[in-house]
Structures are given as structure tokens and as C-alpha cells.
Ligand binder design. Structure first.
Ligand code: ADP
Ligand code: MG
Length: 363
């Protein structure tokens, strides 16, 4: 029997920069998924502590996979893709158990996929290196599930380090831990899960992605990552559509903010990152237009209650907001968010503090 744990994540800053080949700065959470692989007499069977029924399937590649419940594709995907790559994957039973809430923007899917890939690799003694493990976790979500994720979630779930955010270059997939010494500075990250329903998020995500690709084509660059802050004014002058101008301004300034925050953290200037966090939110609200009233309300409430900076985190149209706060202000800020939600007639938000923890590990 082999068990691996892999965590969920929160992105400190860098939204919609991943598919533009840019930069993101996520950290791994304490919550995560544990996958246990055991030998079985025949077939592949998967069970989740969060699902009522186990599922048993015949061994096969992806093309011959039958119709199975969506959630099992995150698990079986590893076995299908390894089979396609010529690995003779024996009969086995995989059990998963996760305390990452699903669909809240904390990446329960990466926790699930990364724990399974690591456990299967270890159990079978495949000896996949870090890059191959990452590529497989991304292929499972993209090809076996059909979720167009850029890979940030898997990178940080695999490689996160305690007390650090992970600076990820989403073109090369190079990563570097950057210190996030919250406790040492008497600060905390308060997360408000707005529980706002993700209305239209798929269509809007696709529209943003296509818009960014079109802008890159017009500007003659491989991706918006290749437009620097110094080039921004010229680039905007080449774009006729206001919508594309706004998208480019968000992506280019967001990449700059990610790198500025990483620099400040390297210099031990954690309290000084607040301004960039709040500027990121304004850019998502006004230029990229991916916020909703619930997240704007939560950000405003956090800032009024003493946050050094606050922003929506995740793809948008709902999900979570983070605030960087002095530890002593956390409780009051949580109350302020609850009050603002009640006044606005929104549902009850869920509030918790997050610390940066280690990535995937054997348990
Ligand atoms: P997020 O990653 O933000 O939580 P996703 O939509 O990407 O949201 O992934 C959520 C999906 O992952 C769930 O709908 C389910 O299919 C799968 N999943 C995550 N955790 C589990 C689990 N513990 N058991 C079964 N399926 C899970
Ligand atoms: Mg996900």
C-alpha cells in the first residue's frame, strides 16, 4: 500500500496570466487529498470518501475508456494515460479522501490528481522525474477530464514549500520558492469564500482567453507575456477595440505586479505587498471585468477593516477573496465581511485563515 498527500492552493497574485505564458505566485494549503494505492486481484477500482459509490472499470487506455462518473476521470485518467504511454498498469485499488472543498477555487482537482499521480508512480516504481510528474498531472486534467487548466494548480500542489509562495513561470514551468513569512511579521491571510454561484464562468473564461490570444496576434507576439510594461503604451495604441486594450492592460500590469511582489518578498518587505494586491483587484474589476458584486463587497469590507491589501483570487465570477491583515485585525475583518454581506442581502460567506504549507508528500 502506498499513500501520498497533495494540497489545495491559493493564488496570492497573478490572475489570467497563466495562459498568457506569464507569472503566478500561489501557495499550497494545509488542506489536501490523500490517495492510497493497493494491489487488487483484477480490474481498477476507485473510491472516494466524498462519493457514495466505488467504481470498477476494466483496464484500458483513454480511447477505450467507458462512460464513468466525472469525478473518477480525475483518478482513472492517470491509469489511462500511463497505459497509452506503454506502461502495463496492473490491477489496483485507489482510495482518495480530501478535505478541500470542491469548486470553491481552492483547487480540489489538483490536490486529487497530484496525490493520485504521485501515489501511482511510487507504488509502481516508475521513477518519473519532477517534470514528468507535472506534465502527467496537467495532461490528466486537460485530456482525461477535459478541463482547460494552465498547470499552476498542479505546479504548486506538487512543489509548494512551507512558509513560501511559489513563483511560477508559466512558459518554462520553472518554479522558485519565495519567502512568505506571515507569522514572523505578525500578519495573516484571511480568506473569504463568497460562495457566489459561478454564473457564466466557463463562457467568460473562454472569451477572455480568446481575446488575449487575438490581441497577441495583432501585436505580433507569441503571447502577452512578451509585452513588457515599457511597451504597454505602444501596444495599446495598436489595438482598436477597447475590450482588447483592457485585457492587455490587465495581463501586462498583472505580470508586473507578480514580479514586483516576488521582489518585495525576497527583500523581506511583506507588509509592502498590500498595494499590489489591491491594484490587482482593481485591474480584475475594471479592466478584465471578471469580478462580481460579492467579491467586490468582500474586498471593500476587508480594506475598511484594516487589510493592507485585498483581492479576488482565482478565475473570477465568484470564488474566494484574500486579505493581508495584521493578526490582531483578523477577527474584526471577518465580522466586517459578514456584516457587509448581510447588509447587501448576499448569502453567508465562509471565512478562514490560510498559511503556506508544503506540497505533495508521502504519508
Ligand atoms: P476546484 O479544483 O476549484 O475545486 P474543479 O471543478 O476544478 O474545482 O474540480 C472539482 C472536481 O474535482 C469535483 O467536481 C470532482 O469531480 C473532483 N473532486 C475533487 N475532490 C474530490 C474528491 N475528494 N472525491 C471525488 N472527486 C473529487
Ligand atoms: Mg480545479
Amino acid at each position: 500500500m502506498t499513500s501520498w498527500f497533495a494540497p489545495g492552493r491559493i493564488n496570492l497574485i497573478g490572475e489570467h496570466t497563466d495562459y498568457n505564458d506569464g507569472f503566478v505566485l500561489p501557495f499550497a494549503l494545509a488542506v489536501g487529498c490523500t490517495a492510497t494505492v493497493a494491489e487488487a486481484p483484477s480490474d481498477w477500482s476507485v473510491r472516494s470518501a466524498q462519493e457514495p459509490d466505488p467504481v470498477v472499470v476494466r483496464r484500458s487506455g483513454l480511447a477505450d475508456a467507458g462512460d464513468v462518473p466525472e469525478w473518477t476521470r480525475y483518478v482513472l485518467g492517470t491509469l489511462w494515460l500511463l497505459t497509452d504511454r506503454g506502461v502495463d498498469v496492473p490491477p489496483m485499488e485507489i482510495t482518495v479522501d480530501s478535505d478541500v472543498p470542491t469548486g470553491a477555487g481552492l483547487s480540489s482537482s489538483a490536490a486529487l490528481v497530484c496525490s493520485v499521480v504521485r501515489a501511482v508512480d511510487d507504488h509502481l516504481g516508475l521513477g518519473l522525474d519532477d517534470d514528468a510528474v507535472f506534465a502527467l498531472t496537467r495532461d490528466v486534467e486537460n485530456d482525461a477530464v477535459g478541463a482547460p487548466t494552465g498547470g499552476m494548480d498542479q505546479l504548486v500542489s506538487l512543489r509548494g514549500e512551507a512558509g513560501h509562495v511559489l513563483l511560477c513561470d508559466m512558459r518554462s514551468h520553472d518554479t522558485r520558492p519565495v519567502p512568505l513569512d506571515l507569522a514572523g511579521r505578525g500578519l495573516a491571510v484571511l480568506v473569504a469564500d463568497t460562495r457566489a454561484p459561478h454564473k457564466h464562468s466557463d463562457g467568460e473564461y473562454g472569451a477572455r482567453r480568446r481575446g488575449c490570444e487575438e490581441a497577441a496576434r495583432i501585436l505580433g507576439v507569441p503571447a502577452l507575456r512578451d509585452v513588457s510594461g515599457a511597451d504597454l503604451a505602444d501596444a495599446l495604441g495598436l489595438l482598436e477595440e477597447d475590450e482588447l486594450r483592457r485585457y492587455v492592460r490587465h495581463v501586462v500590469t498583472e505580470d508586473e505586479r507578480v514580479l514586483a511582489v516576488a521582489r518585495l518578498l525576497d527583500e523581506g518587505r511583506l507588509p509592502d505587498i498590500g498595494q499590489a494586491l489591491t491594484a490587482s483587484h482593481a485591474s480584475m474589476r475594471d479592466d478584465f471585468r471578471i469580478t462580481v458584486p460579492e467579491v467586490d463587497t468582500a474586498v471593500d469590507a476587508l480594506l475598511s477593516a484594516g487589510a493592507l491589501g485585498a483581492r479576488m483570487t482565482g478565475g473570477g465570477f465568484g470564488g474566494c477573496v484574500i486579505g493581508l491583515l495584521p493578526e490582531g485585525d483578523v477577527e474584526g475583518a471577518g465580522d466586517a465581511v459578514r456584516r457587509a454581506f448581510a447588509d447587501a442581502g448576499f448569502g453567508e460567506p465562509s471565512l478562514f485563515t490560510a498559511t503556506a504549507e508544503a506540497g505533495a508528500r508521502r504519508v
